[in-house]
Design a protein around this ligand. Structure first.
Ligand code: HEM
Length: 488
């Protein structure tokens, strides 16, 4: 009896030992992990950012975590970030392929696609389309200015009142990317936008929540009818809407005379009849990717910008003085004007720095066995960029923890961009929409500040700057009071 009990205990002990997560040799250090759960209990799912900072203080700029059974390394600070995603770019340019979100997006599109030919060709295609083509007869700038007129209309209707700008900026960013993709804008109550926004929001929530974590940790639950299935249904809904839209464009297109991104892709498909990586299915997921990536990012950055400018009126006024001087006699701003607006440039960059809009970037993955800061990282290690560790890194900024445009100005008042400014990340996976986003932020902020004064409502109390956590960080909902400016 005693011997059997000892043997049973030995077996149990042996199984636990096998399941106990072990870090490979010379792997970055990290907190002890539990079998199956990994380090889930070290991170608050609702907002892990503070936990990541806390762990950084204990384990340094390169540390490891188990996300369920998967090995992940969190990288912090400019030096580490550059070594990984710039110097050893291709070693770190993969994307994890076995997570919930990969199954939801069918491993198509561009954002979550692994490093390889399909990703490379699609990325090159989008960059070329955005850059060369100006997209149809209209330039990108014109499309942005068209949408700004709708923002102005909304603000004009609210002169002297306080409005909630969330929907307005969200709608503007969504419409600009829709103009690029489909040559169309949508009213906010349009079915396409209403359903798409609902689906995106629900997918983001599920992806950030406990069900996705369980899905990643226990592969045997993946086929069960559990709440995460809603994300799969939502993707199907969005795909069906897009298929209808693409079919409409197919009827009206003239091959070789593209009006927008979808037309360009359809032309490309005809040029590559034998290339399996280019397909209509891929186009649908690509359009979803770009719409998703281009909406919350830009709109949350704008919301952060106006929140800070209302509560730093002296900075808002200095922007307006510069805008008035540079644009005197011109009816509207163009992107080139940024070279004559060092202060405005500094303010926009400072907004992006403080907004930390995509706080954990998009997870990378090592494409082969590699090294980082002397540690050995096997192929397949998930890489998590802690963006705040760079955007507020002490020693890199004059005022790392406060909103201050001086962070981007030298002693002569000229605009300078420190190397730690990397809200779009860096290296081969760097944000594909950087050019578009920078143009949007500049034209929207300059045009609105030229025409309106934005005031924090008297009854709004003290502003709360702590953002809400998600794939993107967003300011807490607020109201803004709008006045027409006299001097323009
Ligand atoms: C202020 C606005 C934006 C910010 C802060 C931002 C930030 C980022 C970041 C941090 C990444 C991850 C890079 C990496 O994995 O290393 C990313 C990827 C990406 N972004 Fe943006 N983004 C913005 C706007 C946009 C816009 C407007 C578009 C659409 C045209 C866009 C499209 C993409 C795409 C397609 C990727 C994936 C690139 C790849 O995997 O190769 N982004 N973005």
């Amino acid at each position: 009896m005693f011997v059997s009990l000892v043997l049973l205990w030995l077996c149990v002990f042996f199984v636990i030992l096998q399941l106990w997560p072990k870090r490979p040799k010379n792997f970055p250090p990290g907190p002890p992990a539990l079998p199956i759960l990994g380090n889930i209990l070290h991170l608050r799912i609702q907002n892990p950012l503070e936990d990541l900072e806390r762990l950084r203080k204990s384990y340094g700029n390169v540390y490891s975590l188990f996300i369920g059974p998967n090995l992940a390394v969190v990288i912090n600070g400019v030096k580490v970030m550059k070594e990984a995603i710039v110097t050893k770019a291709t070693d770190f340019a993969g994307r994890p392929q076995d997570l919930f979100i990969n199954d939801v997006t069918h491993r198509k599109g561009v954002i979550l696609v692994d490093y390889g030919t399909s990703w490379r060709e699609h990325r090159r295609f989008a960059l070329m389309t955005f850059r060369n083509f100006g997209l149809g007869k209209k330039s990108m700038e014109e499309r942005i200015h068209d949408e700004i007129q709708y923002i102005i209309k909304t603000l004009d209707k609210n002169i002297g009142k306080a409005l909630s700008p969330q929907v307005m900026f969200h709608n503007a960013a969504s419409n600009i990317i829709c103009q690029v993709l489909f040559g169309t804008r949508f009213e906010y109550d349009d079915d396409f936008i209403r359903v798409t926004v609902r689906c995106f929001t629900e997918i983001s929530k599920i992806t950030n929540g406990p069900w996705a974590m369980l899905y990643d940790s226990f592969s045997f639950i993946r086929n069960l009818p559990l709440p995460f299935n809603k994300a799969f249904r939502n993707v199907e809904t969005m795909k069906n809407l897009l298929i209808c839209l693409v079919n409409e464009h197919k009827k009206s297109r003239v091959p070789g005379e593209p009006r927008h991104f979808v037309d360009c892709y359809l032309d490309e498909l005809e040029k590559r009849p034998d290339d399996p990586s280019f397909s209509e299915d891929q186009l649908i997921m690509y359009a979803l990717d770009l719409h998703f990536a281009g909406t919350d990012t830009t709109s949350n950055t704008l919301l952060t910008g106006f929140l800070y400018l209302m509560n730093h009126p002296h900075i808002q006024e200095r922007c307006q003085q510069e805008i008035d001087k540079v644009l005197e006699g011109k009816d509207r701003a163009c992107f080139e004007d940024r070279h004559n607006m060092p202060y405005m440039q500094a303010v926009i960059h400072e907004v992006q720095r403080i907004a930390n809009t995509v706080p954990l970037s998009v997870f990378h993955r090592t494409t082969k066995d590699t090294e980082l800061m002397g540690y050995s990282l096997p192929k397949g290690t998930i890489i998590i960029q802690n963006m705040n560790s760079v955007l507020e890194e002490e020693g890199q900024w004059k005022y790392p923890h406060e909103f201050n445009p001086e962070n981007f100005l030298n002693d002569q008042g000229e605009f300078v961009k420190p190397e730690a400014f990397m809200p779009f990340s860096a290296g081969p996976r760097m944000c594909l929409g950087e050019g578009l986003a920078r143009m949007e932020l500049f034209l929207i902020m300059v045009t609105l500040l030229r025409k309106f004064k934005f005031i924090w409502p008297e009854d709004a109390g003290e502003p709360d700057y702590t953002p809400l956590y998600g794939i993107t960080l967003s300011p807490r909902p607020y109201r803004m009071k709008v006045q027409l400016r006299l001097s323009q």
